[in-house]
Design a protein around this ligand. Structure first.
Ligand SMILES: [Mg+2]
Length: 281
């Protein structure tokens, strides 16, 4: 029935786009969000990562020399209490309902609306995150949440996380958000260093290269070079989570230039690909 209607519309020269008005327009965010929100493949992937993180955490606790950030630790770091530094969004907190809302409304991220979203306290926990965090907490490991959520989003985040059952650090402030201190910008290494002064940081966890290194803001080639130089960390004391929805990988593909229009950014991303070309017949 639908096919014959479309065929009839074509024959009559009617405007087919009108038939698409029942739902949102095609959106580059859709497949990534459907994968992260509905697929067993995503859940199994992150479950594997949390299992690996737990194994590595046990090894780290048994080895006083173990550090994920040896360049940021003081000389006596083996004597310090143990901590993990983790990102929040799409590492421990799942904001798929926000991404779904963007798709449903045909709009894109904006900072003010994001604050409203955070303060709605409707993020959920990434699959497997709470089991891992509670395990770490049970071993006396302090968990620092180094997030680029902003200072006005601290309290909403705290209430959301407490309701979900996240370990919150007791009398230590473990929500180290962007802008809470003057020099805490979007680059995270100085916040990681802030933790590493007083704790043996045994693991970094994130979904974005920037959760591990300020090299995230480099070009595609610079980011690849950083990967080559950091191979020993990955899967050992740095654990990367998948996020095909957004991240520094996307910015790198269009040169980090947000003044470009959505169409220009999309064209740059396509240009970053190296397509196979079928041989001419
Ligand atoms: Mg994140």
């Amino acid at each position: 029935m639908q096919t014959s209607l479309i065929a009839g519309a074509v024959v009559l020269g009617l405007a087919l786009p009108a038939m698409a008005q029942d739902g949102p327009a095609p959106d580059d965010l859709m497949n990534a969000t459907v994968w992260m929100e509905t697929s067993v493949e995503y859940k199994a992937t992150v479950l594997q990562l949390f299992k690996q993180a737990q194994t590595q955490l046990d090894a780290a606790l048994a080895d006083p020399e173990w550090s994920a950030v040896p360049d940021k630790q003081p000389d006596n770091y083996a004597d310090l209490p143990v901590a993990i530094v983790t990102d929040l969004d799409e590492t421990m907190l799942d904001n798929g309902n926000y991404e779904a809302s963007l798709i449903a409304r045909g709009t894109s991220y904006n900072s003010a609306e994001w604050t409203d979203y955070v303060n709605s306290k409707t993020s959920s926990a990434v699959y497997g995150a709470l089991d891992f965090l509670k395990y770490a907490d049970s071993k006396g490991v302090k968990i620092f949440y180094v997030s680029n959520r902003k200072a006005p989003e601290v309290e909403g985040s705290r209430e959301n996380m407490e309701a979900l059952g996240f370990p919150m650090g007791g009398n230590v402030d473990t929500l180290l958000f962007r802008g809470v201190q003057e020099d805490w910008g979007s680059a995270k290494e100085n916040r990681i260093a802030y933790v590493a002064k007083d704790y043996r940081v045994v693991m970094l966890m994130g979904d974005n290269l920037g959760d591990f290194s300020d090299a995230a803001s480099g070009t595609l080639a610079e980011r690849d070079a950083f990967l080559e130089s950091s191979k020993d960390h990955w899967g050992h004391d740095w654990i990367m989570f998948p996020n095909p929805e957004y991240g520094s990988w996307e910015e790198a593909a269009f040169g980090g230039d947000w003044s470009k229009s959505p169409e220009e950014r999309r064209a740059a991303k396509i240009d970053a690909l190296e397509p196979w070309e079928p041989s001419a017949e």
